[in-house]
Write a protein that binds this ligand. Structure first.
Ligand SMILES: *Cc1c(COP(=O)(O)O)cnc(C)c1O
Length: 377
């Protein structure tokens, strides 16, 4: 079976370095906070080139705390994408604000800046772009809009650790950058973890308090905060993996190029555009004919190739919030959710594995009954 991802720590040197640090932490009895977490925060701030990186318990918490630190709450609107993992939307609801969904670009699957402009109203407080599948959002027009209308930008970088937009790393382009270290992400821990990046020292101070029971000094609670911390084991694991993140992302790009070469002549597929060199392929997601998707997935599975649907419906159709968005129908998001298909993608994927996926998919597409009818008249 060729899986969607391979999460085993297979490099012996990484494995040994992690075990040694975990052993040392157990010897010292240090599990939450402390110098291992501080050292990782410093290393990741240095990598990203931001003055402040605050770790927390998950990417979902990073989004929640980021919005809260900006004082976004009831009565406020946050413009975002319907084509994302649902956590993006949950975070907006946690602070009592309302998500306003705008349609996506049919090629990048990211927020369409022109439609964002149309959605800005008196209650809008922030734009929340998601660099979906590791491809950076076109941030320049969003930053211009944010400046003009005095809006905050909160970036959801859960899928884009290490991706650059016009040379700048995602997570440094807005007011708040929110990262996840869930094991499947491009920089993944061996458990949950998250990170918030900010430029403003005042925001950094608020975030540190919010993530730790409203407390900056022992026994003094200045606001109602949360228990949201990165544990030392995860910080140790991430510290070992961080230096390999760029080469892992390059390995993903190599897999994507091979997919592209092997599939580009199939007219019924829409592949990610390889020209945008900034894509770090958290997922390799293409579009197939809607009516053929189930059959394609079945055939891939039958040949031992995993595949997945990210995402099967626009977020506004999820039962948790559908009643708030009745009648909303964003045509590109509707179309993409019916046609998207993600193929196996991980840095250690071999050329043979990539070729197997390509050959199986080619075979399935050629046997497909939906192949365009030939007009003989
Ligand atoms: C994974 C993910 C999150 C949530 O991160 P967790 O660490 O799992 O809480 C948020 N947004 C997007 C786009 C994600 O892919």
């Amino acid at each position: 079976m060729i899986p969607m991802a391979n999460l085993a720590i297979s490099q012996p040197d990484q494995h040994t370095a992690m075990i040694n640090t975990l052993q040392e932490l157990m010897n010292r009895g240090q599990y939450i906070g402390g110098d291992t977490v501080a050292a990782f925060e410093a290393a990741v701030a240095d990598y990203l080139g931001v003055p402040h990186a605050i770790s927390c318990a998950s990417g979902t918490d990073a989004l929640h705390l980021g919005l809260r630190a900006l004082d976004i709450g009831p009565g406020d609107e946050v413009i975002t994408t319907p084509f994302t993992f649902f956590a993006t939307i949950e975070a907006i609801h946690y602070v009592g604000a309302r998500p306003v969904f705008v349609d996506i670009d049919p090629h990048s699957f990211n927020l369409d800046p022109e439609r964002v402009a149309d959605a800005i109203g008196p209650a809008t407080r922030a734009i929340l772009p998601v660099h979906v599948f590791g491809q950076p959002v076109d941030m320049a027009p969003l930053r211009e809009l944010a400046q003009k209308h005095r809006l905050h930008i909160v970036e959801d970088c859960a899928q884009s650790f290490g991706a650059r937009y016009q040379g700048e790393l995602t997570g440094t382009l807005g007011d708040v950058g929110c990262f996840s270290f869930f094991p499947t992400k491009n920089l993944g821990a061996c458990g949950d973890g998250g990170l918030i990046t900010v430029h403003s020292p005042a925001l950094a101070e608020r975030l540190r308090k919010l993530a730790n029971h409203g407390s900056a000094e022992r026994n003094r609670h200045e606001c109602i905060g949360y228990n949201s911390r990165l544990d030392a084991f995860q910080a140790a694991v991430l510290q070992v993996k961080l230096p390999h993140c760029d080469s892992d992302n390059q390995a993903r790009q190599r897999v994507a190029r091979r997919y592209h070469e092997g599939l580009r002549d199939l007219a019924e597929l829409q592949l990610p555009n390889p020209e945008t060199g900034d894509h770090i392929y958290h997922q390799y997601t293409l579009l197939v004919p809607a009516e053929a998707r189930a059959r394609i997935q079945e055939s891939l599975a039958g040949a031992g190739v995993a595949s997945a649907i990210h995402y099967p419906m626009p977020a506004y159709r999820q039962p948790a919030i559908a009643q708030d968005h009745q009648g909303l129908e964003l045509p590109v998001a509707e179309d993409v959710t019916r046609r998207c298909l993600s193929l196996p993608m991980f840095p250690t994927m071999s050329n043979d594995q990539v070729d197997t996926v390509i050959n199986v998919l080619r075979d399935v597409m050629q046997r497909q009954p939906t192949a365009r009818p030939v007009n003989h008249s």
